[in-house]
Design a protein around this ligand. Sequence first.
Ligand code: PLP
Length: 393
Amino acid sequence: MSQNTHLIYLDHAATTPVDPRVLEVMIPYFTDFFGNPGGVYTMGRKAARAVDDAREMTAEILHCRPTEVIFTAGGSESDNLAIKGISASLRKRGGHIITSSIEHHAVLHTCQALEQQGFTVTYLPVDSFGKVRVEDVEQAITPETILVSIMTANNEIGTIQPIADIGAILRPKRIAFHTDAVQAAGYLDLNVAHMQVDALSLSSHKFYGPKGVGILYLRTGQRITPQIHGGSQERNRRAGTENVAGIVGAAYALQLAQQEREQESARLAKLRDMLIQKLTNTIPNILLTGSTVDRLPNNASFAIKGIEGEALLLNLDVAGIAASSGSACTSAVIDPSHVLVALGVGAEYNRGHLRLTMGHSTTEEDILHTAEALPPMIESLRSLGSPAATADR
Ligand SMILES: *Cc1c(COP(=O)(O)O)cnc(C)c1O
């Protein structure tokens, strides 16, 4: 095996570095034009103008009006604001929410919090590829249903959902439709009219922008109860002094991501397919998780029999490869990922989740090196007999 001297970063679904072009446009708003956009003096107006420009740029990409764009402090906040804010504003109409069982925790835990407040939530199952069935959404609707939240693309397995088809069912029924599009921004078209959504969440650090900046598209006419009270920023929908540099960076990063997405998607899909082919050919008892067709171009994820994902990640780290696993190590036990459980991946496999997500820095060499490094690591973990493997016997 060739010696690897640089870090191979295969965790772009967790976060991405700030693109140097993005950092460059942000810097003046930390130093020269630091004024509060609420200020009436020139420097404040300059900051307000930058936020307005960022809002217009974002609206152009989403094919919406600038007034329909709300800047938040991240993807989690956008999801919370959409789900809590819309359901509170529609409480009188009904108390039923529909979501899927494979959503990000920012959606799942928000729905669970609403259940504590008396809302009823249906968590739809998915098929073995991780897809929500449009018929299931339709069948789950009751006269009490006020909101549906289904993610555009899954963060663990990369499965892309039929958002426009779901939107087409909900719109005539006047049920609000929110989608968490955080993982989709770099790779899919974000035209909110085509998607037929009323609300859409984005997070800047997933597309080479700064961390702690989120975007929420909210369709005109869709009411929302603010979750942060204070000043009148964001048209009274989200109080707090605008993160001017962050907003400038997020909008520019989104523009770059959308301009470059077709070319980058084609490049990464080739690397993804090469990696999937090599690993499934060389490692016995490994399953590709997710869809082979409706899949993000940068996601390769697997369930590996008889190992624990966390142990594999530590081995990869020693070899200079950063990857991740959906399973979370809470206390002493390893919980299998809720996504793999929803897919119906069996107990022998679902602790061995491996997610490799590619991005700007990923080269063919990185993929070849990773494909070479993994088989002996997995073989040795299996022969050591990790607790998961022992439990199977
Ligand atoms: C990362 C992520 C989030 C959370 O975004 P933050 O900006 O980290 O709060 C929400 N949903 C999905 C699908 C994500 O991948």
